[in-house]
Design a protein around this ligand. Structure first.
Ligand SMILES: [Fe+2]
Ligand SMILES: [Fe+2]
Length: 449
């Protein structure tokens, strides 16, 4: 059977599809046209439409040549997109031509359908525009942006991400974080992605450190959100990571300056009372060891070390005769000594630290049962850092010599901690002390550092 067009003219009209049969030889002319085609291009009648040549329908003559070339070569053309002239208005009409080429001994003609696809084209243009807009937005953001599927595979990254990784996007697509980061780090990222995928909740502004391919660490802030399909099902995650290294370094510098200034002040206290110097160094060492045993890191560890070093800074304003007085203190003298926590708090409370240093020090003489001072705080009211500091302070004081008394010894100190375990002192921290001493063959582990 000859490849001829059999669509019913009337139903094609209803569907808004133009039908035609056009003779190319011996005479160029439209033989058949349904009523839809003239309407589509704003001709008043079939007769008017039939007067024009097929080539003249094209807005760009090159499209006509291209169309005929393909048609003659392949005999059939499916959905050839071109712009046609609109008879009445200046606005061109996007059409799709599906046609067959028929060649007999004496005749040569085309028959086929023409559909108005302007509406689709408009949507397509809009989509392209939106896509281009999104892409240019993504590529110009100075943050790493990435999209992952439900299996945590990277499906899209922006330019900043690729440049930061030193790779081409195609070298990243389809991979996971395990391909680019150390195992522990990738595992954490994997868990975060899964949290977002499984709960639908975003992770906003998480600060983390990442190891770069060049071996340096950077500090980043990451936000991860779920991506949904049209039915509201989570199909992946999108993440934005901002490099905060420069800011973090600045903050570190500021912190170092603060610490240096406070260290100078602390030196003044140590010069005045050499016993305090060794005491604070030892307390800082013990407190840091406990914090390490608890798995604390970075700023929390630094807070513990600083709190240990500075916890008795408030003694700077207490007369030495009282501080080192042998024998029993009067009530007045004792209350003066107690003032050192308040003094220290007042000294540093307005300094901006990334941790509550003033409050930790303020609480270092508090006890879990409320028997401490100055505010008689209890249990959860006392910061974990202050509980560590309290135990480190007692341990160091009792095991070292003071001008007003001999050292009481490790045994006595441990007896005090055991008796007060879970009452005055945090039992978990007391237990850590015993482990640390045991690991040091039963000796004070802070004396040989
Ligand atoms: Fe103290
Ligand atoms: Fe102390």
């Amino acid at each position: 059977m000859r490849n001829t067009f059999y669509l019913n003219l009337e139903s094609a009209d209803n569907l808004g599809i133009g039908l035609f049969k056009y003779s190319l030889y011996p005479k160029e002319r439209f033989i058949i046209v349904n009523s839809c085609l003239p309407k589509m291009l704003n001709y008043s009648s079939k007769e008017e439409f039939k007067k024009i040549k097929f080539a003249n329908l094209f807005f760009d003559p090159k499209d006509n040549i291209k169309f005929l070339n393909i048609l003659k070569e392949q005999k059939n053309v499916r959905f050839f997109e071109a712009v046609f002239k609109n008879k009445k208005y200046n606005k061109p009409v996007w059409v799709a031509i599906t046609a067959s080429y028929i060649l007999t001994k004496k005749k040569e003609y085309i028959e086929g359908i023409i559909e108005d696809v302007s509406h689709h084209k408009e949507i397509e243009e809009k989509l392209f525009l939106e896509r281009d807009f999104l892409q240019s937005l993504l590529d110009n953001i100075p943050d790493a942006v990435y999209f992952k599927d439900r299996h945590n595979r990277i499906i899209k990254v922006n330019r900043f991400y690729a440049e930061g990784a030193g790779l081409k996007p195609e070298e990243i697509i389809g991979k996971t974080d395990f391909d680019f980061f150390p195992y522990e780090q990738a595992k954490q990222m994997f868990e975060d992605d899964n949290y977002v995928l499984n709960t639908g909740r975003p992770i906003i502004g998480k600060i983390e450190r990442t190891l770069l391919r060049n071996g340096t660490w950077n500090q980043v802030i990451t936000t991860k959100i779920p991506i949904y399909d049209r039915r509201g099902k989570i199909i992946g995650t999108m993440g934005i990571t901002r490099d905060m290294t420069a800011y973090a370094n600045l903050e570190k510098e500021r912190l170092n300056m603060l610490i240096n200034a406070l260290t100078v002040l602390n030196k003044a206290l140590e010069m005045r009372d050499p016993y305090t110097s060794l005491h604070t160094q030892n307390v800082a060492f013990i407190a840091t060891k406990i914090a390490e045993s608890l798995g604390w890191k970075d700023n929390r560890l630094l807070a513990m070390k600083l709190a240990g070093e500075l916890h008795d800074l408030g003694k700077i304003s207490i007369p030495l005769e009282i501080l080192n007085k042998p024998g029993k203190l009067t009530d007045l003298e004792y209350s003066l000594i107690q003032q050192h926590v308040q003094n220290c708090y007042e000294l540093i409370k307005d300094i901006e630290f990334p941790f509550s240093l003033a409050e930790i020090i303020y609480q270092h003489h508090e006890r879990l049962d409320g028997s401490g001072y100055p505010r008689h705080l209890k249990e959860e009211e006392i910061l974990p850092e202050a509980r560590i500091l309290a135990i480190s302070d007692v341990l160091e004081s009792m095991t070292s010599y003071r001008p007003y008394r001999e050292a009481l010894g490790l045994e006595m100190a441990l007896k005090e901690l055991t008796e007060g375990r879970g009452i005055k002192y945090d039992s978990k921290i007391v237990d850590i002390i015993f482990v640390l001493i045991q690991d040091n063959h039963g000796k004070a582990f802070w004396l040989n550092y």
